[in-house]
Design a protein around this ligand. Structure first.
Ligand code: SF4
Length: 309
């Protein structure tokens, strides 16, 4: 009998629930199609389900026809995108997670104080592109401690940092320490920008790693927070694998394994966790339990025009 232990919390966060809700309510209120710029959240199953209901996913606003309802994804967008939508008079619903917006606002405040703004994040991630594009001043992106050494900012110039919401707490700790060593006048947010959901899922996977032989992280390859969960499992010395659903389970990962831990990134629905458990059951008998973990009660308000749909 293989034991399966589920991390708690896992899967959907409040920002993802809100973003999906916005698309579904927009479809109900305005009828299909509605246009979503970028994957609403980084999960193929979610995107395909919404496509089936009439959502159309585009990378550029130029692909959106005149007057079509347009939704910005949970990752946020640059000011140029907002301005393009306004110039075209597109009716916009903004599904940017409020915690991402909080980082934008924090960055703007630092720039208004005359500080050089440093963003800790991954190049090319849409959240990072959105945050950099929200600030009307150069933003210095750092991904590693080495990048900190190479920053072209005088060491005594006023500086500030913000971070991508879905990084690993440990990674940012090392980079923040490097920034504080290098710059004599640097400030950062009082509470870390790593969001509550990322933090809670990382704490839970650390707990899980003490109890299991293998960790399966349910999430998409392009999901930042899912990748961090896999890395944390591996750093704790437990073989850890990222898989989109049960079809990607490699029997070799769990061969002769007694206890398997499962968690899911913030954009992965519970149905995919169940799909992975079903795939394990096809290999042999399985007993499932769930770790005690932190209860999450956070909910984000919907845009006013959709609240009554
Ligand atoms: S992971 Fe955090 S920042 Fe990203 S959508 Fe969820 S709550 Fe918002």
């Amino acid at each position: 009998m293989m034991r399966v232990i589920l991390a708690q919390p896992r899967g959907f966060c409040a920002g993802v629930v809100r973003a999906i809700d916005i698309v579904e309510r927009a479809l109900q209120k305005y009828g299909p199609p509605v246009y979503v710029r970028h994957e609403i959240v980084h999960n193929k199953y979610v995107v395909e389900s919404l496509k089936a209901k009439g959502a159309r996913f585009v990378e550029n606003l130029s692909e959106v026809p005149p007057d079509a309802v347009t939704i910005f994804s949970a990752h946020g967008v640059a000011r140029a995108v907002e301005e393009e939508a306004a110039a075209r008079n597109l009716p916009v619903l903004d599904a940017t997670c409020p915690l991402v917006t909080k980082v934008h606002n924090q960055g703007k405040r630092y720039v208004a104080q005359g500080r050089n703004l440093i963003l800790i994040g991954h190049a090319g991630h849409p959240e990072v592109e959105g945050t950099m594009g929200q600030i009307s001043a150069p933003v210095f992106l750092v991904q590693t401690e080495k990048d900190v050494e190479e920053l072209d900012i005088p060491v005594d110039a006023p500086a500030a940092y913000v971070t991508q919401t879905t990084l690993s707490v440990d990674d940012t700790r090392a980079i923040i320490a490097a920034l504080e060593r290098r710059f004599t006048d640097i400030v950062g947010p009082e509470t870390r920008d790593i969001c509550y959901a990322t933090q809670n899922r990382q704490t839970a996977v650390r707990e899980l790693s003490k109890l299991v032989d293998v960790i399966l992280v349910v999430g998409a390859k392009n999901s930042s927070n899912s990748n961090r969960l896999r890395e944390i499992g591996a750093e704790a010395g437990v073989p850890s694998y990222l898989l989109a659903d049960g079809s990607e389970l490699e029997p070799a990962w769990v061969e002769d394994v007694l206890t398997v831990g499962i968690t899911a990134g913030a954009s992965a629905p519970e149905v995919l966790v169940e799909d992975v458990i079903a795939a394990l059951r096809r290999l042999g008998p399985v007993e499932v339990s769930t770790l005690a973990g932190r209860e999450e009660t956070i909910e984000f308000r919907l845009p006013a025009e959709l609240a009554r749909v």
